[in-house]
Design a binder for this molecule. Structure first.
Ligand SMILES: Nc1nc2c(ncn2[C@@H]2O[C@H](COP(=O)(O)OP(=O)(O)OP(=O)(O)O)[C@@H](O)[C@H]2O)c(=O)[nH]1
Length: 183
């Protein structure tokens, strides 16, 4: 059995889009229906994907807006990003675009492993961002796109599993081969 790989993932987006709820649903398998703004939280969990164990450190970050500087502590050492908006908020969709542009700017990379997540699909009557707009944005970024509901635990673990695969690809690994790159 290959040794567990350590992967650091940052969950970012506008306020109240469900970053903490997605993180807690993935790590603890529960949904807490209360709102407690996050300053910063780190969660850890070991998961197995494609016969490889990963020790995930999940950084649940404070909500940003289009005027926020990209927080420097989420540039170095982060292997991949979960960028979250709420399907009930156009503003949160705009903010996620601004975060992505700042991320590329500050890392100086043309591409980083990203999963774009449209959360709160259970609130379909309040939808303001269409699935096709989300898909199109992710295509422009060459990123993975998923719609989720942290409340109903819909596609939540897929977000993290797919991001781990993207990180492997970015490291030049197609799957379960040993990772010898220095990234
Ligand atoms: N209906 C519904 N509500 C959700 C979902 N995800 C989160 N919420 C609610 O949205 C509110 C904000 O959720 P949080 O997870 O705290 O959002 P956050 O993005 O971490 O917020 P900040 O820490 O302020 O950045 C809470 O009341 C959650 O219960 C979801 O999938 N469906």
């Amino acid at each position: 059995m290959p040794a567990a790989k350590q992967r650091k993932i940052a969950v970012m987006g506008y306020r109240s889009v469900g970053k903490s709820s997605l993180s807690i649903q993935f790590i603890e398998g529960q949904f807490v229906d209360s709102y407690d703004p996050t300053i910063e939280n780190t969660f850890t969990k070991t998961v197995r994907v494609n016969s490889q164990d990963y020790e995930i450190r999940l950084m649940d970050t404070a909500g940003l807006d289009e005027y926020s500087m990209f927080p420097s502590q989420y540039v170095i050492d982060i292997h991949g990003y979960v960028l979250v908006y709420s399907i009930t908020s156009v503003k949160s969709f705009d903010v996620v675009k601004s975060i992505y542009n700042k991320l590329l700017d500050i890392t100086g990379k043309v591409q980083v492993p990203v999963v774009l997540v449209g959360n709160k699909t259970d609130l379909h009557l309040e939808r303001q961002v269409s699935t096709s707009d989300g898909k199109k944005l992710a295509k422009d970024w060459n990123a993975i796109f998923l719609e989720t509901s942290a409340k109903e635990n819909l596609s939540v673990s897929d977000v993290f599993h797919l991001l781990l695969s993207e990180i492997e690809k970015a490291n030049g690994n197609s799957g379960d081969k040993p990772n010898c790159s220095i990234s």
